[in-house]
Design a binder for this molecule. Structure first.
Ligand SMILES: [Cu+2]
Ligand SMILES: [Zn+2]
Length: 191
């Protein structure tokens, strides 16, 4: 926790240095963002009818040890819904089956409560969609990264929202029902 308190002071001083040399507001904002995170990515999410369902924002900490995933969803049925990272970067509507199963580079079983688990694509909580058909959740995990080429990188996979809640235990799906919204996480560009 000590490093967490220390980091904002450092990024604030870096920001001040840039503020002295750069006058454009956009350039300052960009410097502040890159001082806070190692990598960042925003992925749009669509429903099975192609409607905008919000987004997933991925931010990797400077030390590469924590990936923060923020889902801001809309236009979905109220209730608890499972969220996973699935294997393939494919969101073919309406069933999203070409996305494959849960991202599982370590050959584990499904679920945070499974003694043989969990998949790298499993999220620790369900998202709650409220009466306005919107919902937001923040996950902070140490088992995924945004590092291109890392075996546990989310790049080149997909983020999936399900019809039902994940029971965090039933292999391999968590009993989460059908797939109702999907976002492609592009693979890094080939060099
Ligand atoms: Cu899933
Ligand atoms: Zn799983």
């Amino acid at each position: 926790m000590r490093t967490m308190n220390w980091a904002p002071a450092v990024s604030a001083s870096v920001f001040c240095l840039f503020a002295l040399t750069l006058s454009a507001g956009a350039a300052q904002a960009q410097s502040a963002a890159s001082a806070t995170y190692k990598h960042s990515l925003v992925v749009p999410i669509k429903t099975s009818t192609g409607a905008d369902a919000g987004s997933a924002t991925f931010n990797e900490s400077k030390d590469g040890k924590q990936l923060t995933i923020v889902l801001r969803l809309k236009g979905l049925p109220s209730g608890e819904h499972a969220v996973h990272i699935h294997q393939n970067p494919l969101c073919d509507a309406p069933a999203f089956t070409t996305a494959g199963g849960h991202f599982n580079p370590d050959s584990k079983q499904h679920g945070m409560l499974n003694p043989m688990g969990h998949h790298a694509g499993d999220m620790p909580r369900n998202i709650s969609i409220g009466s306005y058909n919107t919902g937001e959740i923040t996950y902070k995990v140490d088992y995924l990264t945004l590092d291109p080429g890392a075996p546990n990188s989310v790049l080149g996979h997909s983020v999936m929202v399900h019809e039902k809640a994940d029971d965090m235990m039933t292999d391999p799906t968590g009993n989460a029902g059908s797939r109702i919204a999907c976002g492609m996480i592009p693979a890094p560009a080939a060099k």
